[in-house]
Design a protein. Structure first.
Length: 158
């Protein structure tokens, strides 16, 4: 049975999750900016003097991006399959109701309303989780790179 308090709680939890994802996205952008600035100077130094360039850092640039974005893509595909499964199940239920050869009873209509409300809330929950889990590998890598490169620069300077 539909519970408005529970539904409201789920909507608020999804809202807070999306807000947290937005904050992590902003952190990711800031970290990416710092990493790009640092790595641009590393690339420039390697171009000026190829024998003394930071080849360890240069060799990490592409594989780490491929890894992070592959993980994010896998998460998105898994969430897409989950969403499709939910909707296919709902459409099968609607198809079954339509093929009964009669009008739905009030109880069946109430059940359909509850199913629709639950499916809507599940979809909102899934969207909130999707943003968070898809961003997570990119966020982790960008933040780790920014910290590592900052430590590396401070060791060189000091």
């Amino acid at each position: 049975m539909f519970n408005p308090v529970s539904s409201w709680s789920r909507l608020m939890a999804a809202s807070l999750s999306m807000t947290g994802t937005c904050m992590r996205a902003m952190e990711t952008l800031g970290a990416a900016n710092a990493v790009i600035a640092t790595r641009t100077s590393i690339i420039e130094a390697a171009m000026r003097s190829p024998l003394t360039g930071d080849h360890v850092e240069l060799a990490q640039m592409v594989p780490e991006k491929v890894d992070a974005f592959s993980r994010a893509g896998s998460t998105i595909v898994a969430a897409w399959w989950e969403a499709q499964s939910l909707w296919i199940g709902h459409m099968q239920h609607l198809g079954g109701m339509a093929l009964r050869g009669r009008s739905p009873t009030p109880g069946e209509m109430a059940d359909l309303g509850n199913r629709m409300a639950e499916l809507t809330l599940d979809s909102i929950d899934a969207a909130a989780r999707l943003g968070s889990t898809a961003l997570a590998p990119v966020h982790r890598k960008a933040m780790a790179n920014a910290r590592r490169l900052k430590r590396k620069a401070s060791r060189r300077a000091g």
